[in-house]
Design a protein around this ligand. Structure first.
Ligand SMILES: NC(=O)c1ccc[n+]([C@@H]2O[C@H](COP(=O)([O-])OP(=O)(O)OC[C@H]3O[C@@H](n4cnc5c(N)ncnc54)[C@H](OP(=O)(O)O)[C@@H]3O)[C@@H](O)[C@H]2O)c1
Length: 325
């Protein structure tokens, strides 16, 4: 009798826990479907005609993809990266992208190295260069990760570039956005799927991306009353110089910067996106995996995937160098 009662209680408990997990996964599923099919588009109608978007790390990869897509949607652009030649080239490309879409835009470029100068004056200097503009969008995209080089300088750059600008530039630009009385604004903050759990092999990178994600989630609530939408982006692998990948690859679920940009700019009010349908789906399943398997096994899998990625990165770089010879 006692054993039957014990087994009955255990069965009810297992059923209750299973039910809670099913509810959680159903909630994730609805969010995933919403972000793929029903998100709010980033448009000049929502954020202001003739307004400006500031994009950091805008001369390559995802940042360039976003800059070109914003241009074709009619936003004027402030482009920030290190290399002036690349900035000028992207500015011309953006104007052409806008023209193709029947729009005309203005651009302004700022050459700045976020790993080099973390002073208050430097960030105030960036604000001084844009304070005459009607800034409606800030894209905190610039980011960096080590692949194989494990020198102190690389870790310093990774921590500095991934953590300082998102806070300090946001603070400068928010003071301009809150002056846009009656108009909506948008801040897009780049984190990564590597923030969903500690990632051995990319431990410092995943930790900085948790920093970005937490910061983004918190300011989303702080800025709600100021009509500022805040979107956190946690992509999987995108074909950019950072990953060494050149093309989209279904087998490895690598998407293009354009696909990522479309996914991001289709989710203005979603609060969070993985940037692109393929990554929404992989993130959904990896969240279920984290719930289901023991965490040590998950770490071992992540570690082995990380090592494979680093080896592939080295191979791709070698192949690239040989091609250039
Ligand atoms: N690619 C992915 O698979 C992936 C996945 C998840 C999350 N993310 C995140 O997405 C963001 C963009 O990644 P990405 O792959 O597009 O990077 P990327 O291809 O390496 O491009 C980085 C951009 O930032 C600029 N940049 C680099 N260091 C800089 C510095 N110190 N100061 C100013 N500008 C700098 C680069 O231009 P210059 O060289 O001219 O400065 C370039 O325009 C990052 O935050 C990354 O963590 C990427």
């Amino acid at each position: 009798m006692g054993l039957c009662c014990y087994l009955g209680c255990l069965e009810s408990l297992v059923f209750a826990v299973g039910f809670v997990f099913l509810l959680r996964w159903t909630y994730f599923l609805f969010n995933t479907i919403y972000r793929i099919y029903f998100g709010t588009q980033v448009t000049t109608e929502r954020y202001g005609k003739d307004s400006w978007a500031v994009v950091t790390g805008s001369t390559d990869g995802i940042g360039k993809g976003l800059a070109l897509e914003l241009a074709s949607r009619g936003f004027n652009l402030v482009l920030i990266s290190r290399t002036i030649e690349k900035l000028n080239a992207v500015a011309i490309e953006a104007q052409e992208a806008a023209k193709k879409a029947g729009k005309s835009i203005h651009t302004r470029v700022i050459a700045f190295d976020f790993s080099d100068d973390t002073s208050v004056q430097a960030y105030q200097g960036i604000k001084d260069k844009i304070k005459d503009l009607d800034i409606s969008i800030l894209v905190n995209n610039v980011g960096y990760t080590h692949q194989v080089d494990r020198s102190t300088k690389i870790f310093f750059d990774e921590t500095t570039v991934n953590c300082y600008p998102i806070v300090l530039l946001t603070q400068q630009v928010v003071s301009l956005m809150t002056g846009r009385k009656g108009k909506k604004s948008l801040i897009i903050n780049f984190s990564s799927q590597a923030a969903l759990s500690p990632t051995p092999g990319f431990s410092s990178y995943s930790a900085t991306k948790v920093f970005d994600w937490y910061f983004s989630n918190a300011i989303a609530h702080e800025l709600r009353r100021n009509d500022v939408d805040v979107l956190s982006v946690l992509p999987g692998m995108v074909a950019t110089p950072l990953t060494g990948r050149k093309v989209a690859d279904i087998k490895e679920v690598v998407i293009t910067p354009k696909q990522c940009a479309d996914g991001v700019l289709g989710n203005a009010t979603s609060g969070m996106t993985h940037g692109g349908a393929a990554h929404e789906v992989t993130a959904y399943f990896s969240r279920i995996l984290v719930d289901l398997i023991p965490i040590n096994l998950f770490y071992r899998m992540a570690d082995s995937i990380g090592k494979q990625l680093q080896q592939q990165f080295v191979k791709l770089q070698k192949a690239d160098k040989q091609k250039q010879k």
